[in-house]
Design a protein around this ligand. Structure first.
Ligand SMILES: Nc1ncnc2c1ncn2[C@@H]1O[C@H](COP(=O)(O)OP(=O)(O)O)[C@@H](O)[C@H]1O
Ligand SMILES: [Mg+2]
Length: 284
């Protein structure tokens, strides 16, 4: 899967770059505001005040961009600029909603009240669906995403939506922390009683000293190169919580800076007999 370019016509490009510049400047301004210092390699399990300040700061960025988009929409008679402002609104609104949703899910995971359905789920399908939803992100950065999924599928007991959320989180990170034109490889295999999913990229990598704490709440590597790509630092905490609520494990591997990263999720696999029994129960 390797789709290149943004699909914009040439006469739309100048409006697009206006919008992109506005989005970047909104994000940049918000980043420049005073927020709790997160310098140093990793911060984790911050206090409540810092949590609120970080969340407010992260939400402020899409909200500023939304406000900019509305200004463009109102002030530009040019149809292309207006369309572009609509796309910007759409992107930033989804970003803000995702942020709030992630935080709500995280709170549920932390309180142990996350609801996960228990159905037979084909992980190949889950991975395919997660990848389909992110093609735009990969193509925007001319990144190649390759999927190596067993055609016969690998079934686990769980919640397809939640598992897709885990895979999407890992794929999003790969896109974020891999340079333009980079490569992301996803493989899914069955190993003994486990379904083993690997998401590997050739991006900026992770310092080996941080691998054990990368799943902690608000953990973020602090490198100048990826500052523009920073989020809230809850995606991996959420992913781990969701994987563990399915009886699985998640681990990170990397040989260090610019050596790429690999995230491995293991989930107990359902045998064909168990999957059949599960289907029968669901049907009765
Ligand atoms: N594929 C990856 N390559 C390099 N670093 C990564 C990758 N995935 C996650 N990280 C590091 O782990 C941190 C935590 O990730 P996450 O919890 O998803 O938070 P966020 O994406 O909001 O920064 C990231 O900020 C980054 O430093
Ligand atoms: Mg993330």
């Amino acid at each position: 899967m390797n789709r290149e370019g943004s699909g914009l016509k040439s006469d739309e490009r100048s409006s697009a770059s206006l919008c992109t510049a506005q989005e970047r400047s909104a994000a940049g301004e918000e980043r420049a505001r005073s927020v709790p210092a997160r310098d140093g390699m990793i911060d984790s399990e911050l206090g409540h005040n810092e949590l609120l300040a970080i969340f407010a700061h992260e939400l402020r960025s899409p909200l500023s961009a939304i406000s900019n988009a509305l200004d463009i929409w109102r002030s530009q008679a040019d149809l292309n600029a207006q369309k572009c402002a609509q796309r910007m609104l759409d992107r930033q609104l989804r970003k803000a909603i995702r942020l709030v949703d992630d935080l709500m899910d995280l709170s549920r995971v932390k309180r142990g009240v996350i609801h996960t359905a228990a159905a037979t789920v084909d992980l190949s399908r889950v991975v395919g669906d997660a990848a389909d939803g992110l093609t735009h992100q990969f193509s925007a950065h001319r990144q190649t995403l390759s999927l190596d999924l067993p055609p016969e599928g690998v079934c686990v007991l769980g919640d397809a939506t939640r598992l897709e959320q885990v895979v999407a989180n890992l794929l999003c990170n790969s896109a974020k922390f891999t340079q333009d034109g980079g490569r992301i490889e996803v493989t899914l295999v069955r190993q003994a009683q486990d379904a083993v999913l690997s998401v590997r990229d050739n991006g900026i990598g992770i310092d080996p000293g941080m691998l054990s704490s990368i799943f902690d709440l608000f953990a973020q590597a602090d490198r100048a190169a990826d500052r523009t790509q920073r989020g809230l630092g809850i995606g991996l905490t959420l992913a781990r919580g969701l994987v563990e609520s399915h009886g699985g494990t998640i681990e990170a591997r990397s040989s260090g800076h610019n050596e790429g990263s690999e995230f491995i999720v293991r989930l107990p696999v359902l045998s064909t007999a168990e999957a059949g029994a599960q289907h029968a129960t669901a049907d009765s």
